[in-house]
Design a protein around this ligand. Structure first.
Ligand SMILES: [Zn+2]
Length: 288
């Protein structure tokens, strides 16, 4: 089975502290274009505020096979704080549903893939998602210990798994596939509270290349039935501009993935989160 390369972009250019839709659109268009050059497809995690200004663009992306997914920063919808993991399960469910309604109104479809802002979650989060019809998520950042953002994932599974209905650090029992953001399990940054991850803007393509190789090799050597990388970025960089540093980094990361795959003699597929989760479900059938 192919090594799934899940390129994801959190889209939040309309958030009040940013407020730059031109930049947001440049990033979305450029990110999609670079993936399409290799016949890959990506996942666009959008806060509800992005849906109206980019409705036509998002419909066009969806027609090309990219995935429109939900990203939620609760302060868009609630005055009770910005971190999803500080809310009750019922409140999380209500916000996710409200956001899905907004997508459906403007795009005609409900998102079924989800990532909370700041990867903020508590033990009620996966159940809340599932009750809203969410089928797959990329919510976890294994190793993270960011208490101020209610974003704790120390010891959480590094690789794809079915979520657990009672405890976000455990796996199995809930028919929802979690595909974690790819991290280095040995390198903590930001004062020891955050693992080095595959976010494009974190470093240059050379450094990312080492981590890509390390994470891909481990999955092949462990013989995992389903192998994936999850890269993330934000629509706050000019991916459409030739010569832009983040665009160059992204191109270099894509090259690294293909080089490592050749070395490891595995095929690659640049896919949406939904397509990757479907492949996981066939490789690892759910047993409730
Ligand atoms: Zn975000």
């Amino acid at each position: 089975m192919s090594f799934h390369l899940c390129w994801t972009i959190d889209c939040e250019s309309t958030r009040k502290e940013i407020g730059d839709v031109n930049l947001g659109e440049n990033a979305i268009r450029g990110f999609a274009e670079l993936l399409e050059q290799r016949n890959w497809r990506g996942t666009f995690f959008l806060v509800p505020g992005e849906v109206e200004p980019f409705a036509d663009l998002l419909k066009a992306l969806s027609e090309k096979g990219h995935e429109i997914a939900l990203h939620l920063h609760p302060d868009e919808l609630s005055s009770e704080g910005p971190y999803l993991g500080s809310y009750s399960g019922a409140a999380q469910e209500a916000m996710i549903r409200q956001a899905q309604d907004h997508f459906e109104k403007h795009l005609g479809t409900r998102p079924v893939s989800f990532r909370p802002g700041f990867c903020s979650a508590n033990d009620a989060t996966f159940v809340a998602m599932s009750r809203c019809g969410v089928r797959q998520a990329s919510a976890s950042m294994p190793g993270r210990r960011m208490t101020t953002a209610a974003s704790h994932w120390a010891g959480a599974p590094l690789f794809s798994h079915y979520a657990n209905p009672h405890n976000r650090f455990l796996s199995g029992g809930l028919d929802l596939v979690e595909i974690p953001i790819s991290v280095d399990w040995e390198s903590m940054i930001w004062g020891g509270i955050h693992p080095q991850d595959l976010r494009v803007e974190f470093t240059d393509s050379k450094n990312h290349g080492f981590l890509i190789e390390k994470i891909m090799k481990r999955q092949v050597h462990e013989g995992l039935p389903f192998k994936a990388l999850v890269v993330l970025t934000h629509n706050l960089f000019r991916f459409a501009d030739t010569g832009d540093f983040r665009r160059t980094t992204m191109l270099g990361m894509m090259d690294s993935m293909e080089r490592v795959a050749r070395d490891l003699k595995v095929d690659t597929a640049g896919t949406t989160l939904a397509a990757a989760a479907a492949a996981f479900r066939s490789a690892v059938p759910f047993r409730g």
